[in-house]
Design a protein around this ligand. Structure first.
Ligand code: GLU
Length: 365
C-alpha cells in the first residue's frame, strides 16, 4: 500500500447499519484492514461516525425528524457504544478524541490535537476521532465528519485520506437511476463539473450524499493528501487496497504541495546518515521513480533513527544521488540490507513496510 500515515473515515451506515445500533457487520473487515496496515508499519487515525445512529435506541423520540438536541443526546450515549464496538476488534488500545471543526480552526487547539495524536501514534495507540456533538452549536448533519476527517488529516500530516461509505465512489451520473453511469477511478482536479456529476454543486445550500465527500477531498488534496472514496460495505475493496489497486475514486494530491515537502526535505532537513546503493537500486530510484527496497542496499554509514533524513549514495562512484526519510534505523537496516522485503519480519520481528525510503519521501539530487 502506497502510504505511510492515513486517516480512515467511516460513516454511520457502516458503524450502525440497522436500527439496533452498532454492529460488526462492516466494521470487522475495516478493523482487519487497519490491523493489516499496522502490521506493515503504517499509522492510522480513525474518524468514526455512528454516535447518533448508535444512541437512537436509548433516547426516546417521536417523529423521524429529530431535533438537534435529541440528536446530541443520542450522539453522547451512542459514542460509548461506538467506541466499544471498535475496541473489541483491536489488541492495541484505542483513544477517544472528540473535537469540533472550530477546535481545528484555533491554532493553539490545533497544535494540542496534533501533539496528542502524534504521541498516541508513537505509542501504538489507535486514535478514534468523532465530532464532539454535545458542544456543537450547529445542527448535526450527516457528512460533518467528512470535512472533519479532512481537517484531522491535515493536523496529523497524513499522506492519505480514505472516506468509507456505502457508495463505490464518484460516478459520471447518479448510478441509482442511470444504468449507464460509470465509476470515475481517478480525479486529478476537482471542478464544478465533478460536483455536477455527483449530482450536487459547490453551492453551500446544495445537499447530496457526495457533496461533503468531494468537499473533504478538495480540502485534503490542497494539502497534498491523496484522497479515496471507497465502498466500505464490500470487504473485497480492502484486498484491492492491499494489492495497491484502487477500488473506488482516487483524488490526486496537489503536486505543488508535494514539491514543497520535497523542498523542505532537500533544504531544511539535515541528513543523519548514508545508505549505499547497488547498481540496480540506483537505476530504479533514478530512472523508474521507485522507492528504495532493502535488497538494493550494500552498506549503511553512521547512526540514525527511523524517520531521520539520510543520503542515498551510488556505490560505483560514491556520489550522493538522493536524500530521503528512512523508515528503518541504521541498526535495523544493517540486518535487512541485501535481503528481500518479504524477509523483513522474520529478521527484525517487526515490519515498517516493504520499502526503506518511500519515493514520496525522497528527493533526487
Ligand atoms: N458525529 C455524528 C455521529 O457520531 C456523525 C456525523 C457524520 O456522520 O458526518 O453520529
Amino acid at each position: 500500500m502506497n502510504f505511510n500515515r492515513a486517516v480512515i473515515k467511516v460513516g454511520s451506515a457502516l458503524v450502525a447499519p440497522t436500527i439496533d445500533g452498532c454492529s460488526g457487520k462492516y466494521t470487522l473487515a475495516i478493523a482487519q484492514f487497519i490491523t493489516k496496515c499496522h502490521q506493515q508499519g503504517k499509522e492510522i487515525i480513525l474518524v468514526s461516525s455512528g454516535g447518533v445512529a448508535a444512541g437512537r435506541t436509548v433516547i426516546q423520540h417521536g417523529s423521524p425528524k429529530l431535533s438537534s438536541a435529541t440528536k446530541k443526546a443520542m450522539a453522547s450515549v451512542g459514542q460509548m457504544q461506538m467506541m466499544a464496538n471498535w475496541q473489541r476488534f483491536f489488541d492495541r488500545p484505542c483513544s477517544q478524541i472528540l473535537i469540533t471543526q472550530n477546535d481545528l480552526a484555533d491554532r493553539q487547539r490545533f497544535i494540542s490535537i496534533q501533539e496528542t495524536i502524534q504521541i498516541q501514534l508513537a505509542n501504538g495507540v489507535l486514535p478514534i476521532v468523532n465530532e464532539n456533538d454535545t458542544v456543537t452549536t450547529e445542527d448535526l448533519t450527516i457528512g460533518d465528519n467528512d470535512n472533519l476527517a479532512a481537517l484531522v488529516a491535515q493536523a496529523c500530516e497524513a499522506d492519505s485520506l480514505f472516506i468509507l461509505s456505502d457508495i463505490d465512489g464518484v460516478f459520471t451520473k447518479d448510478p441509482k437511476v442511470n444504468d449507464d453511469a460509470v465509476l470515475i477511478p481517478n480525479i486529478d482536479k476537482i471542478t464544478d463539473e465533478i460536483y455536477a456529476m455527483a449530482g450536487t454543486s459547490r453551492n453551500h445550500l446544495a445537499t447530496g450524499g457526495m457533496k461533503t465527500k468531494i468537499q473533504a477531498a478538495e480540502k485534503a488534496v490542497e494539502h497534498g493528501i491523496t484522497t479515496y472514496i471507497i465502498n466500505g460495505t464490500k470487504s473485497e475493496v480492502f484486498a484491492s487496497l492491499i494489492a495497491q489497486v484502487n477500488p473506488g475514486t482516487r483524488f490526486a494530491a496537489d503536486t505543488d504541495i508535494i514539491t514543497a515537502k520535497k523542498h523542505w526535505l532537500k533544504h531544511t532537513l539535515k541528513s543523519q546518515g548514508q545508505i549505499v546503493l547497488d547498481k540496480g537500486a540506483v537505476n530504479a530510484v533514478l530512472n523508474k521513480g521507485a522507492s528504495l527496497l532493502p535488497a538494493g542496499i550494500k552498506s549503511v554509514n553512521k547512526r540514525f533513527k527511523a524517520g531521520d533524513a539520510i543520503e542515498l549514495i551510488n556505490a560505483v562512484d560514491n556520489s550522493v544521488i538522493a536524500k530521503g526519510i528512512s523508515l528503518y534505523s541504521h541498526h535495523d537496516l544493517k540486518r535487512i540490507m541485501g535481503k528481500h522485503s518479504n524477509d523483513i519480519t522474520s529478521i527484525l520481528g517487526h515490519e515498517k513496510g516493504d520499502v526503506v525510503v518511500h519515493r514520496d519521501d525522497m528527493v533526487i539530487l
